[in-house]
Design a protein around this ligand. Structure first.
Ligand code: GDP
Ligand code: MG
Length: 166
């Protein structure tokens, strides 16, 4: 069984860190600087019976120039190419205009969306629950999965959910 999954979200939420963690090697570029993921980067996760193609995407922001516009559209273009979208948000930053803009595009796309709340190592459980509740008021998500891509917390659970949806 196989499927395509794209990871989208604002810059710096941890998209590339998740892909790197899943792949167990540094294949995407990680950085504190926004926009270091210039193009769609794919990683193929394989087990004996399953194959999941992950597409890491440039952070979605309000574009200021043609390159920015190209990168943002390249991230959105994955919505038409995948079976599931991982919409990643950080646990430690309140939902803002950037997230709302992405949510509007996700609602128009006809694809299941899993909300991945990353960086749970940075917040108290109460703050995590409040964040999840807040995002749930905006959209129906297929699943909500809190993780720490950096420390690998709950990333196995995320993989299990993706595998069960293949
Ligand atoms: P991207 O722009 O969404 O691809 O974000 P990156 O993967 O490049 O990560 C941006 C920054 O967030 C880096 O400094 C990462 O080390 C950090 N980061 C990513 N995931 C986590 C996490 O789960 N916990 C913490 N504390 N930091 C994280
Ligand atoms: Mg990146």
């Amino acid at each position: 069984k196989s499927g395509f999954v794209s990871i989208i979200g604002r810059p710096n939420v941890g998209k590339s860190t998740l892909l790197n963690h899943v792949m167990g090697q540094k294949i995407a570029i990680m950085s504190d600087k926004a926009q270091t993921t210039r193009n769609k980067i794919q990683g193929i996760y394989t087990t004996e019976n399953e194959q999941i193609v992950f597409i890491d995407t440039p952070g979605i922001h309000k574009p200021h120039n043609a390159l920015g516009d190209y990168m943002v559209e390249s991230a959105y273009s994955t919505l038409r190419e995948v079976d599931t979208v991982l919409f990643m948000v950080p646990a430690d930053e309140a939902r803002g205009k950037g997230d709302n803009m992405i949510i509007e595009r996700l609602k128009k796309a006809n694809v299941p969306v899993i909300l991945v709340v990353n960086k749970i190592d940075k917040v108290h459980p109460d703050q995590l629950l409040a964040q999840i509740d807040d995002f749930r008021t905006q959209m129906d998500f297929k699943e909500v999965v809190p993780i720490s891509a950096l420390e690998g917390n709950n990333t196995e659970k995320l993989l299990e959910i993706l595998k069960s949806n293949l």
